[in-house]
Design a protein around this ligand. Structure first.
Ligand code: SAH
Length: 220
């Protein structure tokens, strides 16, 4: 990676937005200090990349607020050998963090233009270990299942059942579940085939559109 003009902003982001609010996992904090978030936002938004808010990434979609990314990543409890499925590649930033913390990452994006841009962003940031797939992520990605962790980064009315099915024994799944505007962040843990559900608090995400999510461009 080239010398990084935003290193100090990134350290401040981790210190004041993330660590100060209670995210303590050392590996997650180190990954967020390392991944150059400014390479995942559109041209002209680089200065805003380390602010405490989501940002537009085109096509009506957003890169999430750094704190929310940190909370979701910490709750996935990733181990270095884990295989991870992300639904909603967007900018590729969340996928880059996952790749830093786990062995391999499949990230599914519905919009081909965003998938292309995410692949470019990941390459520019020097991230390897992410495969971006275009498709309906509400169906998961059966060819590489099962996954030790699944993260859904778009809002869904209910957790898509294919994703629960594709979760390995001991696996963790995080998703924003609920109405169109704002949702509850929910964590599922699979134990001996049973699924434990843990609520993590309120969030607001763009909609997950697909067979097991919201049904169309105009969701009810
Ligand atoms: N994780 C991203 C932000 C995601 S924004 C990041 O780090 O930047 C939500 C993304 O989910 C959008 O890009 C949207 O196009 C995508 N999406 C919506 N429905 C989807 C579906 N059924 N399958 C895959 N991606 C979907």
């Amino acid at each position: 990676m080239k010398t990084d003009p935003c290193k100090r902003e990134r350290e401040e982001m981790v210190e004041f937005q993330i660590r100060a609010r209670g995210v303590g996992d050392r590996r997650v904090l180190a990954a967020m200090r390392k991944i150059p978030r400014h390479l995942f936002v559109p041209k002209g938004f680089e200065r805003a990349a380390y602010e405490d808010r989501p940002l537009p990434i085109g096509e009506g979609q957003t890169i999430s607020q750094p704190y929310i990314v940190a909370v979701m990543t910490e709750q996935l409890e990733l181990a270095p050998q884990d295989r991870v499925l992300e639904i909603g590649t967007g900018s590729g930033y969340q996928a880059a963090l996952l790749a830093e913390l786990a062995a391999n990452v499949i990230s599914v994006e519905r919009l081909p233009d965003l998938a292309d841009r995410a692949r470019e962003n990941l390459a520019r940031a020097g991230v390897t270990g992410v495969e971006v797939v275009v498709g309906d992520g509400t169906q998961g990605y059966p060819p590489e299942a099962p996954y030790n962790a699944v993260i859904v980064t778009a809002a869904t009315p209910d957790i898509p059942q294919p994703l629960v099915k594709q979760l390995a024994e001991g696996g963790r799944l995080i998703a924003p579940v609920g109405p169109r505007e704002c949702q509850d962040l929910v964590k599922l843990v699979k134990h001996e085939g049973r699924v434990e559900k843990i609520p993590l608090g309120g969030v607001c995400f763009v909609p997950l559109i697909g067979q097991f999510g919201w049904k169309g461009e105009r969701f009810p």
